[in-house]
Design a binder for this molecule. Structure first.
Ligand code: NAG
Ligand code: NAG
Ligand code: NAG
Ligand code: NAG
Ligand code: NAG
Ligand code: NAG
Ligand code: NAG
Ligand code: NAG
Length: 751
């Protein structure tokens, strides 16, 4: 330890509380029934039943047949009871236990749902960074690994009788507006990024290693994932507009192009076993009746209608009215049967009836082992985004500091104060009483400490008191006196000032970006239980940051130009309303930091091959050409302007490779972002759209080749006003990174 080195940490203490996802529950462990699977002969014997009498336990039969047998064994009232999260009390005469459907695993298993319970046997679990920071890694391998580790902890909880197997995660609603309170739960503003996150996380949660089964209706599941919520949900509570009653009026074009895209990918590429259309969110039927007043429905009518619309499971008690609706001829009992069969087939795939031998040994030792804790640290390190680094202030020289120690919550917990204390003498000042920082009473003490320190680390930002479910923001600024705190401390500091921002949504920190006394800025999301350690690793150069912003950081005045309730992505100009576009795909104004932004301690240069690409697609007589809407005063010389993607075989690939050269002195991680741009004559297309990305490690002075093969239909389509996906002919472009490289792609149709 070098005693003359004082490292000063200003820390808003309550920010860190939002790192914790799961709260320990101390009692009730004995009241939770423990069983490993339903169709266990000795279990039946214990219940005084003979398992041989129940065909649904016959493993030689297909799931479809077994599920039908189970459902056919129930009375109408029993059927309805099994279709609600907390009304599914089981049926003793069939040996069917109670099952609670609702569990949560957004960034680690959580006791927020009804089924998973922590107690003195398992008091806690690994808490990974919130999703918005994991998204910033742009690392598909990491997302899948996170899903695998979370499902291992979940399955262990199930084996211990402390959890169900059906997890209502991930949340993949696109962040349309920077004010949204639930940004932290999501992978950000881009539909392809959100979809790619979903595919990997869901595969990590659901797929069983080594399983090679090909029948999608029977392939086994480690746990069941659910892509949520209902599409186009992204307002919680905005100036009196409440999520429970707001009527989100959307355009078909935005539905196809943006809102539905992550869900489509989650289903088609992730093979998710549930989405929040066939499973309700909690109390949703109640909301239809009491908040939306949809069709002036009664609860009973709404229940009947959503069943007919395909909702298999209700998180609530409303489905208890279904037997009456059947008696009145309002629904068919066979619709109930079908819903239940769907539900039980998922439970059969999960081994709820038969067990899954390869997962049977997971237990307490698989919850919070060292490698999961390391993964939590690794995910946070990979996600951290370096936004500013004047005069290469970061990394701070580690040779002058000692190794860091760890102290913990939930399994353990590494705060910045703990982590930085391990590197040197730390003077700690709180700076503000809480995140809302309502007065400046503590700022003077903070400036005094900064005056004497060799380096100042300022931790500022938001927490769940500012952005959360049911809580949208009214501005994009740091709350209260935080800005004053930063300015005063920066002014007073003797040494370099490093600003560390904890938030999910953006904060307009232009003042800090332009302040020469603030040398470096890091965005660290809400980094999970190992966050403090991860931040220290980045600050001292043990890890070279490579995260990229999964959101556009607009200026504070952006939201004054459009209400949160305007659902469209394209700019609006209809005389009465003039609004800017939304997200990097449609907003062409200035930003504080753009989508995809992030620096490194080294520099990368790209080279791409080939330099140009052409794609000739041969059409048969059933494939028709369609006109496109062109920009004024432009023309196309294309005889066939576009073809509907639904009419194409879609097996054409556009392949190219990017050489990533690390031209600096340090090893580092780069994210190669690949966008496409549609032919410039076409009206109303996105400025550019993300179609591929890859995170790569490149040693100092080294290079790495990254190969991409884009499917022409998926990566070059445009969505027209009426919601058709079309593949236009003409001159498209592939753009790599921040417009660093552009590859022309000529698409033409031939008969
Ligand atoms: C369902 O759960 C809610 C909230 O946990 C509770 O108030 C209600 O009594 C439960 N109903 C049944 C039938 O278990
Ligand atoms: C799947 O793997 C098992 C053993 O690992 C093998 O016996 C079986 O034939 C494989 N099935 C298919 C469809 O490849
Ligand atoms: C988490 O649980 C472990 C036991 O599994 C315990 O040793 C540790 O103290 C707990 N951590 C917290 C923060 O409660
Ligand atoms: C300033 O805020 C702190 C913490 O929020 C509070 O305890 C204190 O009373 C406030 N002081 C004044 C002068 O309002
Ligand atoms: C940005 O978009 C707006 C609205 O469509 C348009 O009026 C403006 O000309 C565009 N600005 C630039 C620099 O392209
Ligand atoms: C394009 O031309 C049409 C018809 O001439 C006109 O109504 C429209 O305002 C023009 N649009 C723009 C953006 O100039
Ligand atoms: C991506 O994540 C995996 C899993 O944590 C890790 O092994 C790999 O190094 C990461 N790749 C890069 C380039 O950071
Ligand atoms: C969109 O494309 C479809 C299919 O080609 C076409 O029928 C429709 O008219 C187009 N809509 C608009 C608004 O151009």
């Amino acid at each position: 330890m070098a005693p003359h080195k004082t490292l000063f940490v200003v820390l808003l203490s309550s920010i860190l509380l939002s790192l914790v996802s799961s709260s320990p529950v101390s009692s009730g462990e004995d009241s939770i029934p423990k069983y490993v699977y339903v169709c266990d002969a000795s279990r039946y014997k214990h219940l005084g039943l003979d398992m041989a009498n129940f065909a649904f336990c016959d493993k030689s039969l297909p799931y479809e047949v077994r599920a039908k047998d189970l459902v056919d064994s129930m009375t109408l009232i029993e059927k309805a009871e099994q279709m609600g999260d907390n009304t599914s009390l089981g049926i003793p005469r069939l040996g069917l236990p109670r099952y609670r459907w609702w569990s949560e695993a957004l960034h680690g298993i959580s006791d927020f749902g009804q089924s998973l319970k922590f107690d003195s046997v398992v008091p806690n679990a690994t808490s990974f960074p919130t999703v918005i920071l994991s998204a910033a890694t742009f690392n598909q391998t990491l997302w899948k690994t996170l899903g695998q580790v979370v499902s291992t902890e979940a399955r262990a909880m199930y084996n211990l009788g402390r959890s169900g197997l059906t997890f209502w995660s991930p949340n993949i609603n696109v962040v349309r507006d920077p004010r949204w309170g639930r940004t932290l739960e999501t992978p950000g503003e881009d539909p392809f990024l959100a979809g790619t996150y979903a595919v990997n996380y869901v595969r990590g949660l659901q797929d069983i290693e080594g399983d090679n089964s090909t029948d999608l209706n029977s392939r086994p599941l480690k746990v069941s994932a659910c892509c949520k919520h209902l599409t186009a949900y992204d307002i919680d509570n905005y100036q009196g507009v409440s999520r429970t009653s707001y009527n989100a009026k959307t355009m078909e074009q935005d539905m196809v192009e943006t809102f539905n895209k992550p869900f489509e990918m989650c289903v088609k590429e992730g093979d998710v076993s549930s989405v929040m259309y066939i499973v309700s969110d909690c109390d949703s039927i109640h909301e239809i009746v009491h908040s939306h007043h949809w069709l002036d429905d009664t609860l009973k009518d709404a229940s009947a209608q959503v069943l007919q619309a395909g909702m298999d499971l209700d998180c609530g008690v409303s489905y208890l009215s279904l037997p009456n609706s059947v008696k009145q001829g309002k629904v068919k009992e066979s619709d109930i049967d079908q819903a239940l069969k769907n539900l039980y087939i998922v439970l059969m795939r999960l081994g709820y009836f038969d067990g899954i031998p390869s997962l049977a040994s997971l237990d307490k030792n698989n919850i919070c082992p060292e490698e999961h804790i390391e993964l939590a640290a690794e995910a946070a390190r990979q996600g951290i985004v370096l936004l500013k680094n004047e005069k290469q202030t970061l990394p701070l020289d580690p040779s002058k500091f000692q190794h860091l120690a760890l102290i913990g919550i939930p399994c353990q917990y590494s705060s910045p104060l703990d982590a930085f204390s391990a590197f040197g003498q730390v003077t700690y000042e709180i700076g503000c009483g809480d995140v809302k920082c309502k007065n400046d009473s503590l700022i003077f003490r903070a400036t005094k400490a900064a005056k004497n320190a060799d380096a100042t680390l300022l931790f500022v930002g938001l927490n769940l008191d500012v952005e959360a479910e049911s809580l949208d923001r009214n501005d994009l600024l740091l709350p209260g006196y935080q800005t004053q705190l930063i300015k005063a401390v920066a002014e007073a500091s003797k040494g370099p000032v490093i600003l560390v921002i904890m938030s999910a949504g953006e904060v307009d920190v232009s003042f800090a970006k332009h302040n020469p006394k603030i040398n470096s800025i890091l965005w660290v999301g809400y980094p999970g239980q190992e966050g403090g350690r991860a931040i220290a690793d980045v600050v001292f150069g043990k890890y070279n940051p490579g995260g990229r912003l999964p959101l556009t950081w607009y200026g504070y005045d952006y939201i004054q130009k459009l209400p949160m309730t305007s659902m469209t992505f394209r700019p609006v100009d209809n005389g009465d309303e003039v609004y800017p576009g939304r997200t990097y795909r449609f907003y062409n104004g200035s930003t504080v930091y753009p989508f995809g932004y992030g620096l490194s301690y080294t520099n990368f240069k790209y080279e791409a091959n080939p330099k140009e690409i052409s794609l000739d697609i041969k059409l048969n007589r059933f494939q028709h050409c369609h006109e496109l809407t062109l920009k004024n005063e432009t023309k196309t010389d294309q005889p066939c302007p576009s073809v509907s993607v639904d009419d194409l075989t879609c097996d054409d690939q556009v392949a190219f490779e990017v050489d990533v050269h690390n031209v600096g002195e340090r090893d580092g991680n780069d994210v190669v972002l690949v966008y496409t741009v549609a032919p410039k004559e076409i009206d109303g297309t996105p400025i550019k759209q993300l179609v591929g990305f890859e995170r790569v490690f490149v040693a100092a002075k080294g290079s790495k080749k990254v190969k991409f093969a884009l499917n022409a239909c998926k990566s070059f389509n445009i969505v027209n006003f009426s919601g058709y996906k079309l593949l236009p002919s003409g001159l498209h472009r592939i753009v790599i990174g921040d417009n660093a490289i552009s590859i022309p792609v000529q698409v033409s149709y031939k008969r």
